[in-house]
Design a protein around this ligand. Structure first.
Ligand SMILES: Nc1nc(=O)c2c([nH]1)NC[C@@H]1CN(c3ccc(C(=O)N[C@@H](CCC(=O)O)C(=O)O)cc3)C=[N+]21
Length: 283
């Protein structure tokens, strides 16, 4: 079998065209969707992601602001900026790029963002609401993954879904969304005893553990849908996912590539959340 490629760049373009129309309609009524992105430090990958986010905003007709700080900035300075952005009527979404330097208490920073502007969905209040099945903002990466299923007509009801990775930003919310869509979920992680037993039963396999080409063909049930959330840089400078794409695409029925899969959809759903925040405010 050769898997159908779930193309994140194509799906992102489709969705973003709709966002642009909605942003223009909103702007005509006096509200232009606005996103503020806070970046602390000089990590190269983070700079690339933040630039991509700001560019995506411009293309969709959103207002955006990038606020950069040196790696040794006092947390109080960042918290003061967040308070200003919370009160700024031009800003509907605030994102603090993670990870933060070690001298930061990340939970305290995420809690400082107004829940109404928390377009990442990482604030405890929003995360709790998602767990209760009543989300205000769905975290961008798992939200983007759910769009792949919807777009490809993949029904999740009764399916065995296995998520590898239990992070707060991907694994945990991903599992919850899959469960709420009717799948039976299993979450695997570094302490899982027999990973192969679990992954080989998966109709839907989501890899979000952060190890290059970790998921091999023998781990995948023939015909499974494989979603690759990983972004790893190989020693040769090339980007690759958590899945051995060449081998697994011979076994799976559908698969997301890296690059061009989940990454562009993450940015797209950040736009979606910012637009939804602006639309709510303009009601
Ligand atoms: N508060 C917060 N929210 C985030 O959403 C967040 C974050 N912090 N910290 C870092 C991760 C990572 N992330 C990516 C987004 C897009 C691509 C993306 O567009 N990737 C391209 C390739 C880009 C490249 O060439 O490096 C692709 O997969 O095709 C990747 C990674 C968002 N994150």
């Amino acid at each position: 079998m050769t898997a159908k490629i779930l193309d994140g760049t194509v799906l992102a373009q489709k969705l973003r065209a709709d966002f642009k129309t909605r942003a223009e309609a909103l702007a005509a009524r006096g509200t232009r969707p606005g996103l503020a992105v806070i970046l602390v430090g000089e990590d190269h990958a983070s700079q690339v992601y933040v630039r991509n986010k700001v560019n995506a905003c411009a293309e969709a007709g959103f207002h955006s602001e990038k606020i950069s700080y040196p790696p040794d900035v006092e947390p109080a300075v960042v918290l003061k900026k967040i308070a200003e952005l919370n009160a700024d009527s031009r800003i509907h979404g605030i994102l603090v790029q993670l990870p933060l330097p070690k001298h930061f208490d990340s939970d305290a920073v995420l809690k400082a963002i107004s829940p109404e502007k928390d377009v990442d969905g990482f604030h405890a209040e929003n995360f709790g609401a998602l767990m209760q099945g009543n989300p205000r903002f769905i975290p961008c990466t798992p939200y983007g993954v759910m769009k792949f299923f919807a777009d490809a007509g993949i029904d999740l009801k009764g399916k065995e879904a296995v998520v590898i990775g239990r992070s707060n930003i991907v694994g945990k919310p991903m599992a919850m969304l899959l469960m709420q869509a009717g799948a039976t979920i299993t979450v695997c992680h570094s302490q899982t005893r027999d990973l192969l037993f679990h992954t080989r039963r998966a109709d839907i396999l989501v890899a979000a553990l952060g190890r290059a080409q970790f998921v091999t063909a023998e781990m995948v049930k023939p015909g499974a849908v494989v979603i690759d959330v990983g972004i790893n840089r190989l020693p040769n400078g090339k980007l690759c996912g958590d899945v051995d794409f060449a081998a697994v695409s011979q076994v799976a029925s559908a698969i997301t590539p890296v690059p061009g899969g989940v990454g562009p959809m993450t940015i797209t759903m950040l736009l979606a959340n910012t637009l939804e925040a602006a639309e709510r405010e303009a009601l």
